[in-house]
Design a protein. Sequence first.
Length: 284
Amino acid sequence: MSVAQQVAVVTDSTADVPGELAEAEGITIVPLITTFPDGVSFHDGELTQAEFFERMGRAKALPTTSQPPVGDFVRVYGELLGRFPHVVSVHISNRLSGTIEAARQAAEGFGDRVHIFDSLNLSTALGWQVIDAARAAARGEGPAEIMEAAARLRPRVRHIVGLDRLDNLARGGRIGAVSAFLGGLLDLKVLLTVDSDGAFKPVTRARGHKGAMRETLEFVRREMGGATRGRFMVAHALSPDTAAYLRDAVADAFEVTELFMVETGVVIATHTGTGWGIGFIPGD
């Protein structure tokens, strides 16, 4: 006998969960917004990566990004609460975006029926937390159980991001503590992670593609902590060949219980430019 689902799961588009996977897992995605210097705005998902990078290359200045309006969350929560008793809404780190604050403001109008969770991460590391929350909801778990499980999972998720160039991150003002690490050499490939407080933290610098791949995989091996199996999600921004190489390398090195390759949304790509990332859960 099937168990009645009590909770609907919501996230934002920085989770990089592809539409077909989100649909299969019962995840509702609220998109962030990118605005180009000509004033034209796009919701995340309206442009392909190729279209976005082509348009950004022609623009006189870097596009700006913004969190979803509070009203978008109000609408989504209201619709879902017509079908489910509760909503659990899992979002990008508060240190990287104002998205979770917009979600919290929207939740205030629904009493104790909407529960907000800060992933303290982004992209695929956020994506894994959302996917696990959705699977718990599908098993019939309640909001308290899902929030507790999410809190246990959050520190276990590991994340590495590699950027071909630092121009976008520097121009967008999101570079924070990473700036001292760069030494002004924006031509280097730099690897970043997200620390326990949800902010960017530098890992290492590498010269050349091969060096960057070596350092990326060394980070994964180190953070696996001796585990031989795990779940992995490889993301890329206009770098499919790099992502395919990393996917194959991970599959060769570990017992992979799940492995997805996804495209990074254009809101994140606005700040990162071209690059790659791996979000993984050791031991699963």
